[in-house]
Structures are given as C-alpha cells and as structure tokens.
Design a protein around this ligand. Sequence first.
Ligand SMILES: [Zn+2]
Length: 267
Amino acid sequence: MNRLAAVALAVLLCGGHARSADAAKSAPKPAAITPAPTPPYKPAIRPGGRRIVALDIGHTRAQPGAISATSVPEFEFNQRIVQLVKQRLADSKVAEPVVINADGGPITLPERARRAALAGASLFIAIHHDSVADKYLQTDEASGKKQFRSDFRFAGYGVFISRKNPAFDESLAVARLIGAQLEKNLPFATHHNEAIRGENRPILDSERGIYEYDDLIVLKAALMPAALVECGVIVNPEQDVLLRQPAMQKVIADAIATGIEQYFSAK
Ligand SMILES: [Zn+2]
C-alpha cells in the first residue's frame, strides 16, 4: 500500500470529515520512507511468561486525525490514553507494553504493523478517537476560525477488527474482552453502522461494541491479533470535555489494560 493510499484510509477511519482532509493536504510531507523487508515474525515471551502488546498511537503530530470541538488534535488524545495504558501495565505479570509511534513522527500504517512484529508483539492495539460523517458536522466560525462540531447524540466507544487479519478469531476474542470492560462505563457509538457512504460498518457484537472493518490497514497488516479502539467522539462538545478529564482517561485506559491482561491470562 503506498503512502497516499494509506493516508486516505487513515482519514476515513476517524470519520473522514473535511478538516482532516485539509490538514492532510496542508501538512508538510513526511520524508520518503523506504519499505523495509519484514523479517520472520516470532512472538517474544519475556521472563515470567509475559507477552508483548504493541500500543499504537493513532496518527502523527503533522497529520493528527480528527480535531475536537475545542480544536484539540486527536493525536494528543490518543497519545494520552496510550501513556496511561502503558503505565497501568508497567507492573503487569502477563503483559509488557511497547509503544509504536511514541514521538508522533512520520510513519506509514504498514510500518506500524512491521514495528510491532519486530518487537515480537503477540497483540496489536491501536488507539484512536472518533469523528462523524461530514453531513453531521456543523461549522462554527464565531471565533474567527472554522470549527467542526457534531450534536450530542454521537457518543461512546467502538472496537474495530478485520477479517483480513491472519488471526481474526483471536482479534475477536481480545475485542470482546476490551469491549466488555469499556461498556461498563461508556455507551457503544453505533453511528458507523449507518447505511451511508464512508460508514456501513457491520456490527459483530452490539453488547460489547465491536465492528467489522476488514480494510483497516493496520489491522490487516498486523501479523498478530489486532484491534483498534475508538475511545470516544471528540467532535461532540460534551464528549470533548469528558474525554479531556483525567478521571475519564483513566477509566478508559484501565478498561483497555484490563482487557489486554485478561486476553493474555487466558492463554
Ligand atoms: Zn483516528
């Protein structure tokens, strides 16, 4: 997959609203990255039997994904949750976290998956925050610059998995564990199921908030079980406030970390 195609799909992922596309066009182009060959993949097992989970921070500083109702880039939300999941797993007896794209520099989607394989990861978890379809975004220019907001009905989390991942059943297993933790405190955001262009994602498990999205590049490029978590809808002003609160960030990170630990513990 070339870089431009990867960027186009990355924009679709978090709702594909106009500002993400604009940001992608105006952002400085990352330096050309020569695809490196992928070495034979072998999951690592650490002393004590701990397995490695790759925590992928969605998007980059230059192409930060969706923009919240108060203009906070999605990348910053994603980075915070990954930091908290990493902290939460620091003393885990079953999981050892490795962060992909910690500095937010230029990186292709296949490269994220390749780095997880190089690290010997047994599991790949991508962290994102969500947007909505363009037609649901209202433009607010009162502050002198364009802001995009959705109404309050778009709220909650979603866990995405791909049938093109080589370990679909395992991906579903970990998605169910993470989704079961998240649904204790958050609603499932069902808007990606709407029958409109850019959405239409089949729901695999409505109780645990799981969608099928076969062509998500990081999920199908990952050589290990993989899931992508949209933690909340940051274009919704109410959710934007909530998702910036440290207490809510901790709830989300704890839920994801617990799901990861349960998955490894069941091995
Ligand atoms: Zn995203």
